[in-house]
Design a protein around this ligand. Structure first.
Ligand code: EPZ
Length: 417
């Protein structure tokens, strides 16, 4: 298994190119399956989750090729196939292909996606919405057998929770349904707007994305198109945490501050100076690091749950005490024991975590527990005294493209082996 070895204690200086967003490209790849044509996705990050999505598309008969940061998907000859169990488990968000399969093929068999490191990942909102669109879905033997013999029919859908994945699945499915669909209580994340823009570029008729009511007028067919994947706001937040913790001056090239309007004030309060420039977001911390304000994770536009673990890592070496409340996932604190091994002072109880800043962390062997927990360990290692060896870095490689290369570009002493 690969490891990341990081010599901490060096401030970061230079330019860090922010990659295309994992959580934008994944639903758009799923939507490509509903397109009777060829799509070109520019600025697509080279990540293991993206490779897994490409494998699912190929298993369904699509042709997927990569040229640098451009992914080309030709799903014109795609046909339904039973999704292999291994593929479904390879990527949590495989369920987001279900809407496209039902819309295009009127049937689908999907392995029930298991939980993940963040705890149970129910899909009841996905299934209830698809049933509202007329799908007949039976569950058994670890499989979801889905049929819509006459195709899907538009409907009014109300989500009891603004689930990102359920909103995306239903937008894709409704794009080829007969009639009009409204999704009330929809997720409002920037990735929802990117998916709507992609579907509209393919001939879809979607309005209201980014608001809590999205309206989709079904069309007969979606045609090939091009899209540019936007910058990864969670990678940006992770690197802001790294500058906060390690100090220095870094230009986050391509970062879009407007996607982080709730997050940026936390870093300003901690002592990170932020400057929006035409090239991206300039972050600098040379003075003291102060504890962040109370951090409660919420659906967008609230504080994103994925940005919390790296922020927590920075808070471990800040002056003062920080309070975190996780309201999205059951197991978001799995990185806490690993941070404590490095000398952090963290107490957790249920959804709450209290972090008392310490003067320094010390490097040691640690294990990545999940994607953003792994990001947090990298942030901690960059500011710790001595050497940190992070194992199970496959978690990190799911969502941080060329991470070791890009950190070395900032002068960090990082080795992958
Ligand atoms: C997306 O996951 C992201 N993944 C997650 O990023 C992100 O943390 C999450 O949205 C919240 O912003 C991708 O976009 C690929 P949800 P998703 O459906 O769609 C409950 C990362 O690190 N729920 O909004 O799975 C669920 O249990 C990943 O990049 C139901 O109860 O998130 C959770 O508590 C991690 N029933 C809450 O909603 C359902 O049918 C949020 O889930 C669906 C979800």
């Amino acid at each position: 298994m690969s490891h990341l070895t990081i010599e901490g204690g060096k401030p970061l200086y230079g330019t860090y190119p922010v990659s295309g967003a994992k959580n934008s490209v994944l639903p758009i790849l799923a939507a490509c399956l509903a397109v009777d044509g060829t799509c070109v996705l520019h600025n697509s990050p080279a990540l293991s989750d993206v490779d897994a999505a490409a494998d699912i598309l190929k298993a369904e008969g699509a042709v997927v090729t990569r040229a640098g940061q451009d992914l080309t998907v030709d799903a014109s000859a795609a046909a339904p196939a039973e999704l292999r169990e291994d593929l479904a488990h390879k990527m949590r968000s495989s369920v987001v292909f279900l809407g496209a399969m039902l819309a295009r093929f009127h049937k689908a068999v999907l392995a029930f996606p298991g939980g993940c490191e963040l705890g149970p990942r129910p899909i009841d909102l996905h299934l209830a919405g698809l049933r509202r669109l007329g799908a007949d879905i039976t569950e058994g033997y670890g499989l979801l057998n889905c049929r819509a013999p006459g195709g899907l029919t538009g409907a009014d859908i109300a989500l009891s929770f603004p689930s990102v994945g359920a909103t995306e699945n239903l937008m894709i499915a409704a794009s080829l349904a007969k009639g009009v669909t409204t999704i009330r209580g929809a997720a409002r994340e920037p990735e929802i707007l990117e998916l709507a823009a992609f579907l509209n570029a393919a001939g879809g008729v979607i309005s209201g994305a980014g608001e809590d009511v999205i309206t989709i007028h079904g069309v007969q067919r979606l045609h090939g198109c091009e899209a540019v994947i936007g910058p990864d706001r969670i990678e940006t937040a992770t690197m802001l945490s790294a500058v906060a913790a390690a100090g220095g001056r870094v230009l986050l090239k391509g970062a879009q501050p407007d996607r982080l309007s709730v997050v940026l004030p936390y870093f300003t309060a901690m002592g990170v100076r932020l400057t929006d420039t035409p090239q991206g977001l300039l972050a600098e911390r040379t003075g003291d690091l102060h504890a962040p304000p109370f951090c409660r994770t919420m659906p967008y536009p609230g504080f994103p749950t994925d940005a919390m673990p790296p922020l927590m890592a920075a808070a471990t070496v800040a002056k003062g005490t920080a309070l975190f409340e996780e309201n999205i996932f059951a197991c978001r604190y799995k990185q806490v024991p690993e941070l404590c091994r490095m000398g952090a002072d963290i107490q957790c109880s249920g959804r709450l975590c209290v972090v008392k800043g310490v003067t320094r962390l010390t490097g040691c062997p640690v294990t990545a527990t999940d994607l953003r927990g792994g990001g947090a360990l990298c942030v901690a290692a960059l500011c710790a005294d001595g050497t940190t060896v992070i194992s199970d870095i496959h978690h990190i490689e799911r969502g941080y493209e060329y991470f070791d290369d890009k950190l070395r570009g900032l002068g960090a002493l990082v080795r992958k082996d």
